[in-house]
Design a protein. Structure first.
Length: 209
């Protein structure tokens, strides 16, 4: 077996692992990511979404995802009749959102349509290894374990009385770990990218994590 010399070994190519790897590599560290899956990015079900120019194309996409195409078309058409035409004879299983004005119609010929697969699941257990604010793994007596940094779902103690989003936890703790790696190696500390200011949006909040 070939011996590979690296500065950082990231065990797991999920969101937090890839965040840590990217920031550490950007700082100049030689990084190796070990991931048992065929692709990096985590093992959660994820869909980047699909575009369709017509309702028929949209239904074909949904059928490819295992959705009943007849029921899917009926659901979309009924929603459009209620939202666009104000049909009171149809009762929807889900309430109509009030954010849009006027409501967006979904009739055929008025695309493009955008579909994203969403599946209910338990994101993670929130239990894990105790860490400090720099990502060091801690022993029961709160001593640091040299060379071992923990991020993402493997880090515990973040959610007790309330819910903390998993994506934010993955990114932030991955950044913590990358920063500590850079400090240990004497490399420039990873920084967050500059905000992407778009027309019509509020000015970015100054400051960094």
């Amino acid at each position: 077996m070939e011996n590979i010399q690296v500065d950082v070994l990231v065990c797991g190519g999920g969101m937090s692992g890839m965040a840590c790897a990217a920031f550490a590599a950007e700082a100049g560290a030689k990084v190796l990511v070990a991931e048992k899956q065929a692709d990096v990015g985590g093992s959660s079900n994820y869909s980047a979404g699909m575009f369709a120019s017509t309702l028929s194309d949209l239904v074909d996409i949904l059928q490819g995802w295992g959705v009943d195409n007849v029921q899917a078309r009926r659901t979309i058409e009924n929603y459009d009749r209620v939202v666009r035409l104000g049909d009171k004879s149809i009762s929807l299983e889900a309430p109509i959102g009030r954010a849009g004005s006027p409501p967006t119609p979904l009739v055929d010929g008025e695309g493009p349509f955008y579909a994203m697969e969403v599946q209910p699941s338990i994101t993670f257990t929130y239990g894990g290894i105790a860490i400090d604010a720099k990502g060091h793994a801690l022993t029961p007596d709160k001593s640091k374990i040299p060379g071992l940094l923990v991020a993402g779902v493997d880090a515990g103690g973040f959610s007790n009385l309330g819910y903390a989003g998993g994506l934010a936890l993955a990114f932030v703790t991955g950044l913590w770990a990358a920063r500590e790696v850079a400090r240990d190696l004497g490399l420039p500390e990873p920084r967050l990218p500059l905000p992407d200011v778009r027309d019509g949006e509020d000015k970015p909040v100054q400051g960094r994590l």
